[in-house]
Write a protein that binds this ligand. Structure first.
Ligand code: NAD
Ligand code: ZN
Length: 245
């Protein structure tokens, strides 16, 4: 599954970036969004993941996020998350994730850019109040700001909203030797441009996904496998390689 030429690239590399999507958390039991017939865990996406949807029915939106929080609360990081954390022992690693589940941080990765925010954070719709809220289930929906009384919303990025830390993400993409793209359909721009940008700045691009995605058109290596299988094989090969050194 892992060609020797790929191991060779890792032997030369110093800076690694992993760009991850919902697929990396699928094996932790967190459903991805695509392929569900326009429904997201039984809800219409535009109703529960857009500013308009929130203005129309904040309680419905909070119920949806409450369900997702219950599911994510039960989930634990899988081998793919933990291998990425362990790579920090050998490389300068940055994770750029589109996921809001916080599993990379729980797995022990330290440099994590969460482009779409984090489901355990809430923020006020009027003032600058932000906080961590880990109540499962949430109490008294919809929650209100303790400072000004306005509605609190999940601190996640919805359709039509700008992503967080994009400039920083492009900066690390520009400066990496290897860009691993894991479990993302790579269809949501501008984030989907990150691997191509890395490639244009000299990085080796590896796509890890059981399905073909647009990244395969320019990736140096395509590994059509599940994230846990691909990452555990890769880690085993790398350890063998490091022992030889
Ligand atoms: P996505 O665009 O990242 O697509 C999921 C990809 O994962 C698909 O290409 C699929 O082939 C692949 N995949 C499925 N199982 C896999 C596995 N075991 N290993 C590797 N790859 C696998 O994400 P999406 O589901 O289309 O969601 C769009 C957006 O919704 C995301 O960018 C994210 O912000 C949000 N979302 C987040 C989570 C989460 O936090 N875990 C879950 C669902 C959706
Ligand atoms: Zn407030």
């Amino acid at each position: 599954m892992i060609p020797n030429a790929l191991v060779k690239e890792f032997r030369k590399a110093k800076n690694i970036v992993a760009f991850t999507g919902a697929g990396i958390s699928a094996e932790s039991g967190i459903p991805t969004f695509r392929g569900s017939g326009g429904l997201w865990e039984g809800y219409r996406v535009e109703e529960v993941a857009s500013p308009d949807g929130f203005n129309t029915n904040p309680v419905l939106v909070w119920k949806f996020y409450d369900e997702r929080r219950k599911n994510i609360f039960k989930a634990v990081p899988n081998t793919a998350h933990t291998v990425l954390a362990k790579l920090e022992n050998y490389y300068n690693v940055w994770i750029i994730t589109q996921n809001i589940d916080g599993l990379h941080i729980r797995a022990g990765s330290t440099n994590v850019i969460e482009l779409h925010g984090n489901i355990w954070r809430v923020r006020c719709t009027s003032c600058n109040y932000k906080d961590i809220n880990e109540d499962v289930p949430l109490k008294d929906l919809p929650p209100k700001c303790p400072e000004c009384g306005s509605l609190l919303r999940p601190d996640v990025v919805w359709f039509g909203e700008p992503v967080y830390d994009l400039e920083k993400a492009f900066h690390v993409a520009e400066n990496c030797d290897i860009m691993m793209v894991i479990g993302t359909s790579a269809q949501v721009y501008p984030a989907a441009y990150l691997p191509l940008y890395a490639k244009q700045h000299g990085a080796i691009v590896i796509n890890i996904n059981p399905e073909r995605t647009p990244v395969d058109d320019y990736a140096d290596f395509s590994i059509h496998a599940k994230a846990t299988e691909a990452l555990s094989s890769l880690y085993q090969k790398l350890q063998e390689a490091f022992q030889e050194e």
